[in-house]
Design a binder for this molecule. Sequence first.
Ligand code: M6R
Length: 361
Amino acid sequence: EKAGYKHFMAKEIAEQPVVLGDALRHYLRPEGVNLPAELDFSGLERLTLVACGTAFYACSVAKYWFEQLAGLPCEIDVASEFRYREPPLPAKSYAVFVSQSGETADTLAALRYCTEKVQKTIAVVNVPTSSIAREADLALPILAGVEVGVASTKAFTCQLLALAVMALKAGIDRGHLSPDQLAGHLETLRALPGLMNAALSTSDEIAKLAGQLAEAQDILFLGRGPMYPLALEGALKLKEISYIHAEGYASGELKHGPIALIDRMVPVIVLAPHDRLFDKTVSNMQEVMARHGKVLLITDGKGIATAAEGTWASLRLPEVAEPFAPILYALPAQLLAYHTAIAKGTDVDQPRNLAKSVTVE
Ligand code: M6R
């Protein structure tokens, strides 16, 4: 059932263009998005997004989208904190719970906390029969198909897609997006499966870098804007399966502490599409290089042309319009974790101490 792949994780990474295509067919219509009519973001004061692990990083990316595309104030939290914080919730709000399995104990408890306090609870799940899907007022499937690898990969990009579609709907409902802007964003989303195929073709190049990455004690991931939570996700993926200590940071935070870690031994992975924040990220990257940090720049053709000089290595991805680059850049982040773990000889599908579904807190 690994369909010729050595590991479920490799298979699930490779499936992403196909499953994302399925999800796009489900959620997009020629002129707009296809979401249940009862979802109406127009009068909302706030959106709350709650999840654990990788699903939480999907929420963290989506916060940028809901704010930017819909002008909707957005709160995010990990479920284990949220449930005991007992946060006040505006009545005119929706609460969204993102979970691949739909069985994560903390996320389910957070959902139960919100029930009756908000206008609507929404589950974004891969398993439509799961507890979280059943208990929420509305369940939206991510359509990733069964995910076996403990390290979540295709579920992450499909979670991002479902959240992107919701953010576009919110943008329309709230009069924040013009029809032209909407059309542009839909076009960006539709292009993703093709771009993902191109991103997957960096796999061999990444495998060649993995030998050196596997020797590192610590690895940093940097990103700005919606690429910052992707840096957190890249670090989580790497530590889960390769057991190398990795941290994600907002690029601008570098000089507030983590730059003290930089020396020749520390690889720094910079996730930086050539967008409006590119120059700022590059100046952070140059600060790393000035301290002999080993930079791997992941960017597009324009980014390579302007900033690859002096890096240890660079990877070229196709161009993708803002703000959906994290959906594409997730793939090299997953491949980096995968190949580094393979180089270390760890069990990528069943890493030590981890369970696929965390049904106890
Ligand atoms: O099933 P869920 O999406 O609720 O699971 C949440 C986390 O346990 C999960 O994403 C975990 O962090 C993965 N092992 C990440 O690869």
